[in-house]
Each structure stands twice: as C-alpha cells, then as structure tokens.
Design a protein around this ligand. Structure first.
Ligand code: FAD
Length: 539
C-alpha cells in the first residue's frame, strides 16, 4: 500500500475531490487508484481559509516502480499491521476468570477473553445500560440517587454518559487502540471514528455500542451478571481463590460466592467501598495525585469563533478547545474532558455528596461548550495520611457541593466566584445542566489555595480564548472524579503481588479515558491468556 499524507482540501469538498487530490500526488489518472481508505482526517484552522488535512492509503498497480520515480516525502510505502492476541499459555484454570466491572476496561478484557474461548464471568454492580439510563433520567428529574446505578456505575462504566471522546495519548505499537475503535465500529459506531484525529461517540450512540459488546461476550459463552457487586476477595496463601458477591437490587442471589483463580479488578475510580475492602485486605496500593475543580460553560458560538475565526464556513464540527496555565504555588490549571455542544451532568454516586462531569450527544448541538477546569492535588493536600486520604478529600468537597445548594448542582458566575459572593441572576450564558441546579457558593467548596489557583488559571486563559474569563461564564461544581485517588500496584505482567489478581483500567491507576481503559483491558486479557490454557470443561 502507498500512504499519502498532508492532502489539504477545502471544507466544502466532495468525495471525488479526495480521490483526485490523491491521484495528483501520485501523478496518475484517478482511475488507476484501485482502493482508497482514509487513515486520518483533521482540521487545519490555523491558516485561513480553514481546510481538512487527510492521510490516505491507496492501492495501485506497480507501487515499487511508482514510488521510485515520485520523490515526494508525503508519499511513502506502508505495511498493514495486524493486532495479534497471544497463543494460550499452559497453566491450567479450574474455574472461569471473573472480571469485576463492565466499564471499557472490564468489557474489553471480557470480550477478548470470550473471543479466545475463556468464557469469563463479568460482575457489574449497576444495571444494564437501558435500565440505567431510565434510573439516571429519573435522578436528573428530581428522583433519588441510586448509589449502585448512576452516572459512574452500571453497564458501560463511567463513560456511558459522556462526550465519548476516543482519542488517547497512549503509545500503541501493538495496535490495541485501533482494535478498540474497530470493535466500536463493528458494534454500531460510525466508521469515521477510525480516522478523525479527535473521534467521539455521544451518549446516544454509546449505549447501543456497549450493549452490542455485552451481547457478543454472551454469544461467545461469557456471562454478565448485573446488579451484582464484589464485596470481598477470598485470598489464601497469596493466591486468589474466589469472590464474595451480593445483589444490589435486593433480588435473591444465585450464589454469594464464586470460586476462581483469576480476578480482574476493572472497578473504575469511584468504587470507594471496594477500595476500602482492598485496603483492609492489604492488597498493595498507594495514594496518587489527581485533580479537582469546576465545570465552566460558555456559549458554543463564542468557542467556534475563537477556534475557527469570526466568519467560519458552515459544516465544520462543533469546536473544541484545550487550555492550560501555570499558576502560583507551583500548580497547573487546565481544561479536562471538554464537551463541545454538551451538558454538565450531575454525576454523583454517593448520597449526601455531589459531583459534576460533562456529556454530549453525537450531534454535539447543545448551545453551550463546557469543560472541567481543574488543578492538580497531591497527597500532601489531602489533609491526612491514610491510603484513602484522597477519597476522604474528594468526599469533603462533594459534601460541601451538596450542602451549598441543597443537593442541587451548585452554580456561581465567574465574576461572583472572583468577588467571593453568591450569584443572584444569570448573564447571557444560560446553564445546560442535566439535573436540577441552584445558585451556591462554588468557591467555598474548595480550600482557599485551590479556589485562588482556579481563579488565576481561568482568568489567565482569557488571552488564549477571548471571552473565556467573562464575568457571566457559568461555573458549577464539584469536578472531583477526574482520575483515581489510588493506584492498585501491579507488575510488568499486569498481576498484583497477589497471584491471580489483575488490577486494570482507570480505577487501578493505569488508564485515563475510554480508549486507554479499553486498551488496558485488552492488555490484561493478553496477560491472562498468555499464561493460562483454555479449559472448556470448567464450570
Ligand atoms: P469505569 O468505566 O469506571 O467502570 C468501572 C465499572 O466497575 C463501573 O461500571 C462500576 O459500576 C463497576 N464496579 C465498581 N465496583 C464494583 C464492584 N465492587 N462490583 C461490581 N462492579 C463494580 N473519558 C473519555 O475518554 N472521553 C470522554 O468524553 C469522557 N467523558 C466522561 C464523562 C463522564 C460523565 C464521566 C463520568 C467520565 C468520562 N470519561 C471520559 C472518563 C471515562 O468514562 C473513564 O476513563 C472510563 O470509563 C474508565 O474505564 P474503566 O473501565 O477503567 O472504569
């Protein structure tokens, strides 16, 4: 195959234009191109007029000869790399592997093991994606919070109600990232996620995709048990022997104990009770830094203009941004999980506490842009020394957020955050929030050092995006579930010092985001399959 990069085309180009541009680079008539596949598509908004930039792979006859005479550094030879799952290992498994959690990490670990014939059992404390959506909608419409099925917990994990950004910075020589995206496409995601440089899947699409993957695991002999929580691990002589489980919906359990020698902990960053159980069992863990802050909302139109220019052409994707500022006290403030045309969501999972996050639909057509603006906190900020001091720190902020607006999402305008006074009315920016909101003391949620850092960081972004620090920008809080407050330590072989225990994904501290968590799930499945042989007789 021949790869052609840096093909620039106007925003309103048609399908033929790409083929013709590729043919021009090859100095061939377009009919000589037998096949063209887009490998990458991005927007160049730096130079006006704005253009799309493509990398494509093409198949033509006589590639070698053609390349020799072309001398064009944008035209190179490329080999298709294939992802390789390892051959089964030789250790015998007496029982089916158990995977805890059906977020991207657990689902992909489960899918890969199911494809390889290991018939895993997946445990998920929350509901199926459909039921969970009803539960979450009820909560956003004033119903009570279900602490086992919410924006953090349930089929698909934390990413099901999300903006579904799929880009990752993880290096990927083995091709796991491509495998993940390809699997999403097979499960119903649009094919463009394979080539957009910043692909995304809205909540509306993600639910179907996640269900499809679960059905595939079941079709291959795996089992997925919803409303089923891991409550304890049976560890004897440094080896996992089984898991204790309970139903979270009050139903009669099929069993309260499962024997197994392999447990994958893909529990996400919000499984605080499970972290506490692991801590009590002396599973090797350590505290880690994370970040906290606020969601900020601006009119999407303002962001589009800042990124594309005042007179931008129609048909461009809703604009995203990324900002970062160094502030006093040797801290950094940065945007995180930016949702173009999205919604701020009440993403709480504990009664009496309130956390926010962001989501969008596939069309990204909401009137506001929102993003977390967060500041790093280190173990020395947590205010105590225990392993779960980070969790306690998050809890303090979440309780303050809950209390300041009577359990509704607390909102404060940026101007009032600066003045340290309660807001009494909105400016031009109207919040787009899933869940009830009320004016509250967002600044007072944080220790003053962090509020001051957020104020300085947000204000400092004005010169990057005009209007970013406008007084009527809407802040809500608290953004506290940015990454795991602990790491569950594992070795190069993905295994904890406890034999058979595999910490995996974001909660274990080895991923940040949907795609990287899914890739870590794949990597964990490789480690398990590479060690154990398939045993179809096991129960
Ligand atoms: P999780 O997705 O957190 O899954 C863990 C699962 O384990 C949960 O379903 C939980 O119910 C289950 N579980 C926990 N404890 C137990 C137990 N004891 N027994 C049984 N089950 C248990 N990332 C992006 O890349 N792009 C985005 O646009 C994006 N937007 C987001 C928006 C929101 C609102 C949220 C909340 C997160 C967003 N993220 C986004 C982050 C992303 O969702 C996570 O990085 C990712 O889901 C982590 O995957 P995971 O599988 O490691 O854990």
């Amino acid at each position: 195959m021949i790869r052609i990069s840096q093909i620039k085309l106007p925003v309103d180009h048609d399908d033929q234009a790409l083929l013709q541009a590729a043919a021009r680079e090859l100095k061939l008539p377009s009919e000589k191109i037998e096949r063209l596949t887009i490998q990458k598509k991005s927007i160049d908004a730096r130079k006006k007029p704005i253009s799309y930039v493509y990398t494509v792979d093409v198949k033509v006859k006589g590639e070698e000869k053609l390349l020799k005479k072309l001398h064009n550094r944008n035209v190179t030879r490329t080999e298709k790399k294939r992802y390789q799952f390892p051959e089964p290992g030789s250790e015998r498994l007496e029982h089916r592997p158990v995977i805890v959690g059906t977020g991207p990490a657990g689902l992909f670990c489960g899918l890969m093991l199911a494809r390889a014939g290991y018939r895993p059992i997946l445990l998920e404390r929350g509901e199926t994606a459909r039921k969970r959506k009803e539960t979450v909608d009820r909560f956003w419409n004033g119903g009570s919070l279900q602490s086992d099925s919410n924006v953090q917990f349930g089929e698909g994990g934390a990413g099901t109600f999300s903006d579904g950004k799929l880009n990752t910075l993880v290096k990927d020589p083995a091709g796991r990232g491509r495998l993940v995206l390809q699997t999403f496409v097979e499960a119903g995601a649009p094919e463009e996620i394979l080539y957009w440089n910043k692909p995304h899947l809205g909540t509306d699409v993600l639910i179907g995709v996640v269900e499809h993957i679960r059905c595939e695991i079941e079709r291959l002999g795996g089992q997925v048990r919803f409303c089923t929580q891991l409550t304890d691990l049976d560890i004897r002589d440094g080896q996992v022997r089984g898991v204790h489980i309970k139903r979270t919906d009050g139903a009669e359990p099929e069993a309260s104990y499962l024997e197994t020698e392999v447990v994958v902990l893909a529990i996400g960053h919000s499984a605080r009770d499970t972290f506490a159980m692991l801590g009590k069992k002396d599973i090797p863990m350590e505290r880690k830094a994370f970040a906290v802050g606020v969601r900020i909302e601006h009119p999407q139109e303002m962001i589009n203009r800042s990124q594309y220019g005042e007179e931008y052409p129609a048909g461009l994707p809703t604009a995203a941004y990324k900002v970062t500022r160094k502030v006093s006290g040797d801290r950094g403030v940065y945007s995180f999980c930016m949702c173009p045309g999205g919604y701020v969501v009440n993403a709480s999972s504990e009664k009496g506490g309130l956390a926010v996050n962001g989501m969008s639909y596939q069309a990204r057509d909401g009137r506001n842009a929102n993003s977390a603006m967060i500041v790093t906190v280190r173990p020395e900020d947590f205010g105590s020394d225990g392993l779960l001091a980070g969790v306690e720190f998050q809890r303090r902020l979440e309780r303050a957020a809950f209390q300041t607006a009577g359990g509704k999402v607390p909102v404060q305008l940026l101007g009032d955050f600066r003045q340290n006074c309660m807001s009494t009315g909105l400016g031009e920016v109207e919040p787009c929030i899933k869940g009830a909101w009320e004016f509250g003391d967002v600044r007072g949620i944080f220790p003053e050092e962090l509020s001051a850092a957020l104020e300085e960081g947000i204000t400092g972004c004005e010169h990057l995006i005009p209007g970013f620090a406008r007084a009527d920008a809407v802040l809500s809080g608290v953004e506290s579930r940015t990454s795991s407050p602990v790491r569950i330590i594992r070795g190069e072989d993905q295994e904890s010092a406890i034999r058979g225990l595999y910490p995996c994904g974001e909660g274990a501290g080895y991923a940040g985001g949907i795609t990287s968590a899914a890739m870590d799930g794949v990597k964990t499945a490789e480690a398990i399959a590479g060690r154990y042989c398939r045993n179809q007789e096991i129960s």
